[in-house]
Design a protein around this ligand. Structure first.
Ligand code: PRT
Ligand code: MG
Length: 213
């Protein structure tokens, strides 16, 4: 049995075409079913649905053999014990710093002020600001980061941006791009040794199906 960990939403939706190339069709729509384990057209392959931030954990400890996860989640988790053969170039976005339109980020940085930054990505944010020598107080949030500058909780946020519509709707502006993000295939290293042929088949099929840049 091969177990693939996916999260509902864009990761699941954008992985389906890659699975199709590997000859694997998921037999149920996760938006319509409450099942957490989904069978596929291949009796030896199943999909487990986990929170996006739990995909690396499942794969690291062998709860799943492979998984698809955002680079944001992967870097924040740490990639100990995970083989990362492919950048799938799906679920693309960027990790950015954003502030209220009336907050002067550039002069706060220039003057060496302490900046209050709210984010789900405390590790990545700490590393980024430390590398620039910017002093920050980090505030950990689990969602709706955009609200933090609007309520006075923080001066800035570090969050994912794709179209920019969410920032715009909340009168925030992107002031720095930290890194480009896309989804990665991650593989449990022991599983790769024990189930080499079927896992290689999936890696090769995914590799042949990656959208071009
Ligand atoms: O939603 P939940 O809390 O269950 O988990 P999650 O938010 O971690 O999962 P999900 O499915 O939203 O995201 C899974 C992965 O998709 C992330 O880890 C990223 O690698 C990738 N991804 C790509 C994105 C986006 N694009 C994205 N735009 N993840 C989140 N967003 C959010 C962003 O946080 C912001 O709130 O969408 C909003 C901005 O979008 P725009 O288009 O308005 O700029
Ligand atoms: Mg989300």
């Amino acid at each position: 049995m091969i177990t693939l960990a996916l999260s509902k939403g864009r990761i699941f939706d954008e992985t389906l075409p890659l699975l199709a190339v590997a000859g694997i069709e998921v037999s149920e729509d996760p938006e319509k079913s409450r099942k957490l384990i989904l069978a596929t057209s291949r009796p030896e392959v199943r999909v487990v649905l986990v929170r996006a931030s739990d995909v690396p954990t499942y794969v690291q400890y062998g709860g799943a053999d492979l998984g698809v996860t955002g680079l944001d989640v992967l870097l924040e988790h740490g990639n100990q014990g995970l083989y990362q053969p492919l950048d799938l170039r799906i679920a693309a976005c960027r990790l950015s710093v954003a502030v209220r339109a009336d907050y002067d980020y550039a002069s706060a940085v220039r003057q060496g002020s302490r900046i209050k930054v709210a984010t789900k990505y405390v590790g990545l944010a700490r590393e980024f600001f430390a590398s620039k020598g910017v002093h920050v107080d980090l505030i950990k949030l689990y969602g709706s980061m955009e609200l933090a500058p609007l309520t006075g909780l923080a001066d800035a946020i570090v969050d994912l941006v794709s179209t920019g519509n969410t920032l715009k709707a909340n009168h925030l502006v992107e002031v720095e791009r930290i890194m480009d993000i896309s989804a990665r295939l991650v593989v449990n290293q022991a599983a790769l040794k024990l189930k080499q042929a079927p896992i290689r088949h999936i890696i090769d099929a995914f590799a042949s199906a990656i959208p071009s840049a």
